[in-house]
Design a binder for this molecule. Sequence first.
Ligand SMILES: *Cc1c(COP(=O)(O)O)cnc(C)c1O
Length: 475
Amino acid sequence: MQRHRQTKWDETTSEGHEPLLSEKDSTRHEPEDTYLPDDLTRDGIELPSLSEPELVRHYTRLSQMNYGIDDGPYPLGSCTMKYNPKFTEDIAGSTAAAIHPDRDPELSQGALQVYHELQDYLSRIGGMDAVTLQPPAGAAGELTGILIAKAYHEHNGEGDEREEILVPASAHGTNFASAAMAGYDIVELPADDDGRVDLDALTEAVGETTAALMLTNPNTLGLFERDIEEIADIVHDAGGLLYYDGANLNALLGRARPGDMGFDVMHFNVHKTFATPHGGGGPGAGPIGVREGLEQFLPTPQVRTDGDEYTLVEPDESIGKVHGSMGNWLVLLKAHAYISRLGDDGLTDTSAKAVLNANYLAERIDLEVPFEPFHHEFVASAGETDAADFAKAMLDNGVHPPTTKWPEIVDEALMTEPTEAESKRSLEQLAAAFNAVSDEDADTIADAPQTTAAKRIDQTTAARDPTLSWQQLSE
Ligand SMILES: *Cc1c(COP(=O)(O)O)cnc(C)c1O
């Protein structure tokens, strides 16, 4: 089996780590003559003085101590780590794309055209009537969408009564968080024995206090909610709205549309479905679509055109702004480039291959997959092994592990999504890594990873108390 190994420093020496640039060199630089007043300048500054090769080697080594989508397969279920084609980077990196957000609309007609076309593409893909590109992530799209649902109920004079949002137990954590941030009480819906929405529980939970139901389809087990039309009727008959979490849109692209299933509001995770990079917490985009009757609540501004000129308009009852400018321009530009390059046939091909790849991979691995038939992702069980240990052992077998321990409905869950971007060869490589870990003894798995640059890091501290700069570290 092919195994890629990360670069490592020799830990047997006292300097067994990649030095910080400031550890390599620290030189005091005196200020040069400047026209700035004295009270605005410093006396000098400590900075590393390094040659270009030293600098390039430092960052190259750091990249080799990591694992990314450019190193190998990355089957992180639900997060959809698909390969980001380099042509979209070229477009985003071109000088023509460098525009200032405050530039006058008259002088930014090209950018506004891109925005407008992307609004149209997404409307068509989602079966929605209007789209805003503003929210900077899927989670921000959720919050925006729920605020629009709230504005809708307030507009109908029902803002005070409708104080609950229904969320399936298997939903992504951001669904619960977004509903709570918008001021709603959350009602958790259990799954039925097949892993889908339990219709009896839904009928019982829904009523005059329901503002909306949030749902992803296929759900986080990769299962299509077959009763979606009935679910939509139940929610609509009670006066609630249906919200679509678009994280799993990869399974449906070009084949089925949330709008046609009865969803009223949805978000798109462009970094999951349309191959713009995951921000790693940085700039992303989570546009939302709404059906007719909700567009007056969209964030301001919206791009419109009369056919000749593109203009910015404020929707009548806009919930306001949710992000500066129109959203993250370069991320959206990449999504536009990706969609226009693939076209209708390419997008439809994407979902076919995403589903085929997931099913092929599941066939090739020795683990149990309790819920079927799945689409673009499946949730395998690590069985007696702790899923987090299993994941670490996959790193020793040269690939990135799947998402672990979620959804909780599967014991020791390994939520796996190879995406359409992987070839049959890469899928075999992934399957070999899964199966190698399945065959390993418990001690080896518990001691993994042995080959990576970093061993088991303290994830809670890393998330809650991050040390992100040299200054922080030295303090
Ligand atoms: C990723 C994800 C989200 C949140 O999207 P972000 O863009 O990461 O904020 C919401 N729901 C599901 C199911 C997801 O997988």
